[in-house]
Write a protein that binds this ligand. Sequence first.
Ligand code: HEM
Ligand code: HEM
Length: 228
Amino acid sequence: MQWLTEYREDVPRVERFNLTARITHWGHTVTFLLCLFTGLVLFLNGVDWLAAIFGGYRGAGLIHRISAVAMTLFLIYGAVFGMRGLAAWIMDLFRFGVNDIIFLVLFPFELLGFKVPVWPQTRFNGGEKMNSIITPMSVLLLMLSGYIMWFPSVFPAWLVGIAYPTHDLAMIFATFMVCIHGYLGSFHPGSGESFWGMWKGTVRADWAEHHHKVWYDETYGEKAKKKE
Ligand code: HEM
Ligand code: HEM
């Protein structure tokens, strides 16, 4: 059984994510997951087996802080060296419109196995636009509350008090989103090709045209040729 969509080199491919975006995404993913599993050691009771992986409860606390700093550095790296990509990403979110709403209505049917048309989408589809807002917001809350919890003497007591429930709630939100996102960005048959865009940088041109028609036309298709 094949889990991932086959990577085809014998067909035309187009660039989807540059190296900076890919380094930022995967660096962030690894450090986020390390924060999550070490955080769960601190959050849940009776998970000695999980604590043992990180050298006990103290070890988990230490790895949590090291991963948190590494995660912050990956995001700073992405924002500084990928400034243009970041701006283009934000601009695309403002293009949320009727096509995205139709996509979001149809998508659950696709997940249930029905054959539904893919409505013309910009660079990020309706679901990715939602993910692009909810997940980074949760991560931002995790970072802000995390540093407040780390250095409580620097902040007023009421802020430290709300930082704990904020950190826990943001963790639950972000984890829920990442579970759905991770599946859609890898094993899901319809969108699995997107994995190669984030791993190797390119996706099949026919897949790009089918899944992100507006973006494909503007970047590689007729509209892009007219602009040249
Ligand atoms: C810059 C990012 C982050 C910083 C600075 C940070 C910092 C902290 C600190 C200082 C603690 C308390 C540790 C202790 O009691 O020894 C903590 C706990 C925790 N962190 Fe983070 N963290 C960050 C990101 C994350 C992420 C990404 C997740 C999960 C997705 C996460 C999940 C947790 C959980 C579940 C706890 C336990 C909270 C509790 O006991 O109620 N953290 N974090
Ligand atoms: C668990 C493994 C993960 C996989 C397999 C994965 C896969 C992917 C893929 C393939 C894309 C590109 C989608 C496209 O073509 O537009 C992407 C984008 C993105 N990823 Fe991940 N990712 C993972 C983890 C994470 C984590 C942990 C976060 C943040 C906490 C994250 C946040 C994002 C965001 C914000 C985007 C851009 C918006 C979107 O496409 O939904 N990813 N990811």
